[in-house]
Design a protein. Sequence first.
Length: 151
Amino acid sequence: MNPPNFLQLAISLLAAIGLGGIFGAYFQSRFQHQKGIKEDIHQLKRKRYGSILIQMLTILDPERGLSKIKEFRNDLQNIEDCKQEVKVEMLNSVLFANDEVIRSMADFVQNPNYASFIKTASSMRKDLWGKDTRIGEDIIKILVKSDNNSN
């Protein structure tokens, strides 16, 4: 191999390694940034969904729920405040929730009952964890009743 060809090959290899390193660093940085965004969104969903479910249960069982919810949210004084807050949460959820969560929340707002609560909780669970549930209205009623009996 004559010297000019060897020199060209060496320069080409060094350039390729350098560009490969630059591209690798860029894509690694981009991947980490996207991962951080997804983790932030997941945390937001967990917090919002938990809060929404508590407010929905308060609407379904105001006698028990209002006293507990006031410990954390003193601005929610009555059942109408909770209903309004769930509507606001539904509107805000357009920013982060999937379509099924929004649809099931709308069903609950129109007709608050345990069946629509279960549908909403199930769609939230699937949005967060990708898991379906077979828990039905009967199980939630048992949980709520047993919790009331312990108080």
